[in-house]
Design a protein around this ligand. Sequence first.
Ligand SMILES: Nc1ncnc2c1ncn2[C@@H]1O[C@H](COP(=O)(O)OP(=O)(O)OP(=O)(O)O)[C@@H](O)[C@H]1O
Ligand SMILES: [Mg+2]
Length: 282
Amino acid sequence: MPPSVLSDQTPRSTYSAQANDPPIGTVPPMGSFGAVASTDQSSTASARNQKALKPIIVSLQQVSKLYGKSSKALDNVNWQVRQGDFWFVTGPSGAGKSTLLKLLYGAERSTHGDVLVNSHNLSRIKGNKMSLLRRQIGVVFQDYKLIPRRTVSENVAFVLWAQGFTRKEIHRRLLPTLRMVGLHDKANRFPDELSGGEQQRVSIARAIVGTPPILLADEPTGNLDVHNSWQVIKILKKLNSIGITVIITTHDEQLVRMSNHPVVQLRDGRLHQMRDWELGRT
Ligand SMILES: Nc1ncnc2c1ncn2[C@@H]1O[C@H](COP(=O)(O)OP(=O)(O)OP(=O)(O)O)[C@@H](O)[C@H]1O
Ligand SMILES: [Mg+2]
């Protein structure tokens, strides 16, 4: 990261909301992390109705993905995610979980079918629009992908700097985000001075510091012990409670069973919605 990341030399933002942009959703302004979304609906029924009315933020329509000519990673997948949902995607190794997320954050394109994210059809979107859309999607990986010779603060600030945020805005966002993941006292540490759980929390901070309405996490607990896995899940739940739509892939059956979030399973590229009894949930 250039030294200017925390100086006044940062370029001006290259993106401001356009009149014809789709609504970003219900993500609160930065600095409000920690505050749980207000729930003034008095009855569960009205809360349920409210949920039913939430717009669809991710939609896969008859999506197939082939690598090369014969390797079918996804096979005719149909799936809809509403704003504010929290989904687990499970399935054995090679079932297509990472491929599914890659289609959502634009690292791969579908071979057939349409992938819609925040009303944009990713199967057709052009380069510049894709990079703007990517800013609306936070991504967390199993192996953290932190910059080794940069501090926690710099790793998190880098995303904002790259997007042209001012120094003032970067500073305004940094501390609440680090506090949100419980790392405000480690802001000046380097990644190799942190535990795996802490490194993963830095990567979550980096993914959310730009307040994206969607957070995708590909096996975020894959390298963590039980305690750290639950810490990560707790943070993701908190983010979800303030309106961020969360989609997380995992192998961890216990984690899935002990959560109350909906689950889809991929098997050989085909998507199935799982019922509670299939998951061993009581
Ligand atoms: N870049 C690629 N080129 C060719 N085949 C690929 C590529 N990426 C994935 N595949 C294949 O697509 C299928 C799905 O892979 P994917 O990585 O999505 O699975 P996964 O469910 O994430 O597995 P894991 O749990 O091991 O991470 C696999 O058969 C894999 O070998
Ligand atoms: Mg994977």
